[in-house]
Write a new protein. Sequence first.
Length: 536
Amino acid sequence: MNKGEKQRVCIRRQRVCCPAPDVQSLRGIRTGGVAVYRKKAGGWLKHLDFMLLDMLCLQLSFTVAYMVRMGPSSPYRNEAYRSIGLVLVLTDVAVLLLSGSFSGVLARGRYEEFTMTLRHVCLVEAVAVVYLFTVQKSVAYSRFVIYLMAFLYVCVGYFSRILWKKWLRYRRAAEGEKRSLLIVTEAALAGEVLEGALARDYDRFRVTGIAVTDQDLRGSWIWDSTGDGTGNRGQDSGRHRIPVVACRDDIVDTVCRRWVDEVLVVQSQGAPHPGRLVADLAGMGVVVHTGLFRSGEESGMRQFVGHLGDYTVLTASMGYATPLQQFAKRAMDIAGGLVGCAAVGVLFVVLAPAILAMSPGPVFFTQERMGKNGKRFKIYKFRSMYLDAEERKKELLGKNRVEGGLMFKMEADPRIIGCRVLPDGTVKKGLGNFIRDHSLDEFPQFFNVLKGDMSLVGTRPPTPDEWERYEPRHRARMAVRPGITGLWQVSGRSRITDFEEVVRLDTKYITEWSMGLDLRILLKTVKVVLGKDGAM
């Protein structure tokens, strides 16, 4: 008999030795039903109920607003309003899927829920108004209907979300006991793990005990508050206390003799993986969750379980985008790229003669840059510097305003076409400064956007020599496709002289990315460029 067969026999014996199940045990079996484990829906399906409810509230608000203005009749009997009703539905679905309006909806408080509802309604209303002006049919609609609909949508949408969340909590409470959860962890982590498990009450866990693996604390209590993990501190401030029911040697036996639906195993980093324990518990029919590291602990990274080849893997990434979000971002890049390329043609007619007159040579400047995760590509710009700018850069490194030399920025850069310092110390700007102040040199990068080397919004691509000097934490800023504009550009442009601040802003953009953030950055870019804010 091999080791595996002995283990199975041991488990069978343990089950035989277990006393007759009590009421709680029977209740746990009944709750489990036929399925061993029912995985939660992911993606947009996770909150499909809220999405359907929101669309119903939108249509109700639209209908009531129409009836207040036009009388007791349906807007869908009016051909003009029928089209706007369809646009509202499509807009609502698009905003819900792309903006993440219901991300974390069950954990939000009333004030946060109101702000999220107001934000969602404003997005839908804005798209509807843009549509009316675009199709030049705004005169065919009553503005009173559109604005009253928005007001009703905020009110009805907000209260429906609050009431639906209350109904969900009531229904779950009426269903009876929650799933029984046993926490397996170390003494120093017990309080933190317990607090994290109880923080998501809507997951419907009922923590029935804790098994401490590095000490024998059976008979003591763990509090969901700060302390030493043994119940010696934090007792007055703790909201819950959970008994320690097992140590390392009797976890399997304890699970066999108690009502346990699921087990959460959390070990400190560096501790050996509890593979044998997980196999034993799963082999008993218990659902086992193994904590690898806490969500958001590693620089805001997100984790996803998936498959790569023949392996089940945990994928960690700073940012995440659904296929629909990726499609929307690329579609926006293509649309913006086409418009930008048309603008390049107009600018070429104006700038090319001026550049050739001031500094004979190519009108366009090409340079090798580092793209996403170190992929090299050629970037295109209108030339705003003299032809020997790269050679002269070495002589000017001492005047670099960016600390550490990981980017190069200087005032009164003599490499810029027409820029020079007068004898009295004043700076006389030239054609190159005009091009750079108004970001006209960036327009040819729309060709890079169409090619897929860049995006409209992203992080600025470094040169190879800058990239080689990056420390590991600096490379995080190139985890996405580089962009023509980005968060740090609209947060101060050349006024930011601390490269660590640039990295912080770029990392913030990556971890908090959404289509709404891209749109806000694009709108702010227009304001910054027109105002020449932070230009150098």
